[in-house]
Design a binder for this molecule. Sequence first.
Ligand code: IFM
Length: 452
Amino acid sequence: MKISLAADSALLKPDFTFGVATASFQIEGAANSRLPCIWDTFCAEPGRIKDGSDGLVACDHVNRWREDVELIASLGVDAYRFSIAWGRVINRDGSINQAGLDFYRQLLEALQAHNIKAFVTLYHWDLPQYLQDNGGWLNRATAFKFADYADKVSRALGDKVYSYATLNEPFCSAYLSYEAGIHAPGVQNRKQGRQVAHHLLLAHGLAMTVLRRNAPRALNGIVLNFSPCHPASTSDADIRAARMADQYHNQWYIQPLFEGRYPELLSELPSNEQPEIAAGDMAIIAQPLDFLGVNYYTRTVYRDNGKGWFSDVPPTTPPLTDMGWEIYPAGLTEILLDINKRYPLPPVYITENGAAMPDTVQQGMVQDSERVAYFQQHLQAVEHAISAGVRIDGYFAWSLMDNFEWAEGYAKRFGIVYVDYTTQQRVLKASAIALRDCFASRTAADNKSANK
Ligand code: IFM
């Protein structure tokens, strides 16, 4: 099982960055050495997490980070993307938790020793619970608390970090958490969802100013997730529904960054569902970005719901991943070309792409051939976008290892490395080996051209 790229592929150029990604709550464990966060609370509520699990131990990464760094290095990657748990580094009174900060500092130094660039995300959904108790992202003050956290971390870690992303997927922290109600804190309220989205974007804008000041040499930006919105039929109603869904789920988060305004759909929402936007907020949000992170997994099909709104049509026809998501690599090219046409993009990194599969270990091996095929097809989709003129500087596989998949618990495995949660043993899957060989083929190609 191999992943092969054309000999002249842009992805094989020496300055293209290949990496693997994780997030704090999903892998760290060691919950007693940080403040509780909204996901601890959510996990403790019966019925919220499908397998009843939590993040207390997860992949025990806080205790096993040294071997995990060796694992990452063994893959031959250029970069590792991870997130900092806010409640591990900042105390309730706003002061720095030195032990927590030292954990990340050591991790960064170990990565540096292996010449691996650190792509750090400041917020991957684990809001400290004491801030939630004070209103969480519904409270405008949380945006300013976030900027303060970004300030303290970037002053302390500065240029040890190659790239800072303010937020990961604000769509999830706003829509899934406050409208669909399937992520912490599990609310279902459109007005609140839109308000949270606005405060998250405000937090991003405030933090960007701080990051540019404290870490001027780092690549500073944000990570958004996209899913192309396709109509279920050729009817005008379904086409309109898909366009609305695109504005609501995709453009809502990117348009403010580049144009300082929300999509037109905002004015179609009843006034009691519109977010409160203070004077000057949109200018704060529209900060220049050094990079845009794009996360892509699948497309979504929409139909008109008969009430002037849209509803999604879950896919039923294979190929589907273990999440029930359609495998649709063309959607990655489509979304990249689309946002490149609409906005003056900075360099783009694909900061997440991958698939959950029902992996099992057999005779010490995990033959995840469907995941290998997924990566092959999506890397080609990235190549197509580059050939069509989009500047894409890197690609991160989600995820380094199996981990806590939010409301799905540990049942869904996204890793290229298998985790046995009883023993915490890590086993390279065939996809890890295929990616490793693909990365190594670059070095081989470089050596050949250097020897010519
Ligand atoms: O596991 C998540 C990750 O935390 C954010 N992006 C999507 C992944 C798969 O659902």
